[in-house]
Design a protein around this ligand. Sequence first.
Ligand code: PMP
Length: 431
Amino acid sequence: MNIAAKNLIDRRARLLGPNVSTFYEEPVHIVRGEGVWVWDAEGNKFLDCYNNVPHVGHCHPKVVEAICQQAGTLNTHTRYLHEGILDYVEALTDTFADPLNTAIMTCTGSEANDIALRMARGITGNTGVIATDHTYHGNTMAVSQLSCTNPPPDRWDNVAFVPAPDSYRPLGGEPGMAHAQAFAAEVEKAIADLKARGHGLAAMIICPYFANEGFPTLEKGWLQPAIDAVRKAGGIVIADEVQPGFGRLGTDFWGHQKAGFLPDVVTMGKPMANGHPVGGVVTSMDIMSAFRKNFRYFNTFGGNPVSAAAAHATLKVVQEEGLMENARTVGDYARDGLRRLAETHACIGDVRGSGLFFGAEMVLDRETRAPATAFTKKIANAMRQKGVLLNFLGIHYNALKIRPPLPFTKEQADILLERLDEALHETPLEP
Ligand code: PMP
C-alpha cells in the first residue's frame, strides 16, 4: 500500500472512529468516475463491476446537469409547493401496477424501510415483522432489528426470522415449488411465534430478489405460498427494492414484477438518483392514508427540488437510453461467459443472476458443494489488483457479486471475464 493511502486510513481512524469499513485488503482511493470506469489518485483505471448506486454510469452528464440546474435555481423542502416532486412521483408510479400510486421521498433506503414498518403497523394495528435470517434492510434503530448479519446488541421481541432461500442447497432438499412450500412453512411458524408472543403479524419484509442472501435462482411464483400465508394472517408484504429495482434485473423494472407478485409497500434507494441521496416508499392510497393518520411525517431533505430533479433525470436516462434492455443482453452474455469459465474452473459451482446483477458461487468441491469462502475473498482482492472492482456475499460469503452500472457493454464483460479467468488460474483453491 502506498504512503498516501496509508495516511488516509490513519486519518479516517482518527477522525471517523474505529470499525469504519473499507473494501479490499488494499483499499482503493477513487478520485474520479465516468461511465463504468473509475480512477484512483495515482491515475490507475478500474472497471467498476460493483457499484449499483451510479446506476446510469458515474457522473452521467444528464443527471449532473439536472442537479446543477436545479441547485442554481432553488432548493427548499416539501412544505413549499413545487412541481418537481409531483412530476417525479407521477413518472415513478407509472412504473408500478395499480394500486401502487402514491409515494413518500426520503434520503436513504433505511428511512424508507422504517416508514414501511410504520405503515404496516398503521394499517394492521400489529407490530410483528418477519424477515430472512441473512438480510440487511438498513441502519435505523427499527430496521437494524431485522438484521442477522449485523445483529443489534439487544434484539426486539417483535421480529421473527425465516431461513434465507438458497437455491443451491434448498431447504428440505428439493428445489422449485417444494422449496417454496418449505419456505412458506417456515413463514407460518414465524407467524404463530409472533402471535404467541403477543405481537400479531404486521408485515413480512423481503428483498424480492434476495440480494443480500446471495440472489438465489427462484422461479416466478416461488414466493406465492409464503405471501398467501402472510395475507391470510392479516399481514402486509413489503418489497425492499433497494438493490434489484430500476431495471437492473433486465427482464422487469422491479424485482417483485420478476418474482410475480404485487407487494403492498415497495421501498427503494441506492440507484434512485445515481448517487444523490434519495430513497422512497411507494404504496396504495389506503396504506398511505393509514400511515398519514397514525404518524405525523415530515422529512426536511426528502423530496427537495434538487433531489427530485436528480431522481427524475436518472429515471429518464434509464428509460430513454434503453438501459434495462442493455442489462438483459449484456447480463445474458456475461453469464454465458461465466458458464464457459466453469468448464475449466471446477471451483465455479453455480452461475446465477439476472440482467446486470449476477455472479457465481465458489465451492471447494462440486459434489459436496462446500463453500470456498476464503478463496472467494482472495479472488475479489486479486481482481482489484487487476483493475476490476467486484465483491462477494451470500449465506456463506462465497458468491461473487457483480453489479456494474447499467451502461456496461459486452466488451467490458470480456475484460471482466478475461481477468477473472487469470485470477482463478493464479489463486490456489484452499479452504
Ligand atoms: N435495504 C437493502 C436491501 C440494502 O441493501 C440496503 C443498503 N445496503 C438498505 C436497505 C439501506 O439503504 P441505505 O444505506 O440507503 O440506508
